[in-house]
Design a protein around this ligand. Sequence first.
Ligand code: 13P
Ligand code: SF4
Length: 320
Amino acid sequence: MNVNNTDAVDKRPSDIKEEIARLKSEKDAVILAHYYVRGEIQEVADFIGDSLALARIATTLPNRMIVLCGVHFMGETAKILCPGKKVVVPDMNAGCSLADSCPADEFEKFIKEHPDHTVVSYVNTSAAVKALTDVVVTSSNARQIVDALPADEKIIFGPDRNLGSYINSVTGRDMVLWDGACHVHEQFSVEKILELKRQYPDAKVLVHPECKRPVVLLADKVGSTAALLDYAVNSGFNRFIVATESGILHEMCRRCPDKEFIPAPPADSTCGCNDCSYMKLNTLEKLRDALRDGKPEIFVDKETAAKAVKPIERMLEMSK
Ligand code: 13P
Ligand code: SF4
């Protein structure tokens, strides 16, 4: 436990926000936040975005230090793309169940069992898995990148079986899928969404492609967090049932104050929304401490980073 947290307990959020602003300029730091982190962190961030946007932004920043408020693989991606910068995260325990469902040694065996296949990996993976990969994708660009590969190319897709099966269905490919999943997105249930649809028949259903296929089939719009936000902002509709992590509702409500967003609940709970416990490990206090202390810092060993950067850069190039 970080003992420095104890003196923050008594402080008001506005005091901590002031400290964060001061430390940011003292340390020449920039704060990047994913849409799933707590609203108060999104409010102090310099940039918020989906995983593709955060990777892209990281490559353009002049600052000495990046504080990545999200999960570990996002910090690793920023470090791999910006090896000369210090990359810190508020909580090193903010992992990802999807990335954890694909250990690099097992994935390597899987690749060896399919020797003539191109390896496409979702960005929600460790640096070691990316180092085994030909091209990385995010939920924003997976369809575009898979479509751009020659039609007869045999492909392994990992680690998300749901995103993989969605991409197979929209591209007509038959990619071999690694059997991994996200514990948050697998929680959404058809029954609960149909119940909400009965209550709000005019509501449009927004679904992240990490959800199971029966949930995806209920969607009016399937897409990454940024794509779902864009649809909410730019479509003429006023009410939405949102089947992705609940943090996105903060930016949806901020951008569309006159529209209504209803979080789709998980199957096994009476609570109204579905949270990623890893994303919620990011707090304002830990963010302040990370800025002040320059830790916990993300390190990626040189050999792994040298291999992992290639499929990430290929992704950025293929989805310009
Ligand atoms: P996005 O690519 O939409 O940011 O998704 C990241 C993620 O972790 C989804 O669970
Ligand atoms: Fe990982 Fe799922 Fe959390 Fe996204 S929502 S960071 S995929 S555990």
